[in-house]
Design a protein around this ligand. Structure first.
Ligand SMILES: C[S@@+](CC[C@H](N)C(=O)[O-])C[C@H]1O[C@@H](n2cnc3c(N)ncnc32)[C@H](O)[C@@H]1O
Length: 239
């Protein structure tokens, strides 16, 4: 993955470079409820890439540990986690607009004060809007597995990306990954084992049992019934 700065430089030099992205922007239609929630709650809960570097204390009007979730989908687990931990700040990033709308609908129902969201590419948000050392936790739950080998380069969890995440976490901060695709779980472990300055929080340097704070979604419950596996991993930034 190339940083946006390097990409711009390459483009300025007239090189043709196609940016490899971890997502394909789907033109999903908004439901009426999602559109209404976006209209009502975006001014309070929406953050934009154009705003540039965030001052988290100003955004949340308090000092508190901040949890960042990347690719929150429809926001079910993000809203449940924010509701269960009012003492923490939560920021969600998702590119899929109907997902952002759905998340805001649930956040309104739950009366959340501690959640903000971006509708933008997480790589650019991390680079341009999140200060180094400012996050307590980063969570990436069920990122797109990109099953085909020739698409593996699109997987979000890659050496350059996890180094970006390490910089954004405070020392002692934790990266929590979960996937239901065994080959991606193995790929995640491989990337994290090769990365510097992380400590795997599992007893045997592999996976951990599902932590209680990660809500069990309908999707996962269905998978469980069908006998599918889920792999959770946690890594602490040690340096
Ligand atoms: C397979 S879904 C999982 C959604 C959710 N975490 C869940 O567990 O149901 C992966 C999500 O990540 C989002 N995504 C992928 N790459 C992203 C990126 N670079 N920035 C923000 N969101 C991204 C996709 O739009 C998609 O909604």
């Amino acid at each position: 993955m190339m940083s946006s700065e390097n990409l711009e430089k390459a483009q300025a030099e007239g090189k043709y470079i196609r940016k490899i992205r971890s997502f394909v922007k789907r033109e999903g239609r908004l439901t009426k409820g999602q559109a209404a929630a976006l209209e009502r709650s975006w001014p309070k809960m929406g953050l934009t890439h154009d705003q540039g570097m965030l001052d988290l204390e100003q955004v949340f009007e308090r000092q508190a540990p901040t949890v960042l979730e990347i690719g929150f989908g429809m926001g079910k687990s993000l809203v449940a986690m924010a509701q269960a931990a009012p003492e923490k700040n939560f920021i969600g990033i998702e590119v899929h607009r109907p997902g952002v709308g759905a998340c805001l609908m649930d956040a309104e129902d739950a009366g959340l004060e501690n959640l903000r969201v971006f509708e933008h590419d997480a790589v650019e948000v991390l680079e341009d809007c999140i200060a180094d050392g400012s996050l307590a936790t980063v969570q990436v739950f069920f990122p797109d597995p990109w099953h085909k080998k020739r698409h593996h380069k699109r997987r979000l969890i890659q050496p350059e990306f996890v180094e970006l995440l390490r910089r954004k976490l405070a020392i002692g901060g934790v990266l929590h990954l979960a996937t239901d695709w065994e080959n991606y779980a193995e790929h995640m472990l491989e990337v994290m084992n090769a990365a510097r300055c992380w400590r795997n929080l599992s007893a045997n340097n592999t996976y951990i049992p599902r932590p209680a704070e990660r809500p069990l979604t309908k999707f996962e419950q269905r998978g469980e019934r069908l006998g599918h596996g889920v792999w959770d991993m946690k890594f602490e930034r040690v340096e």
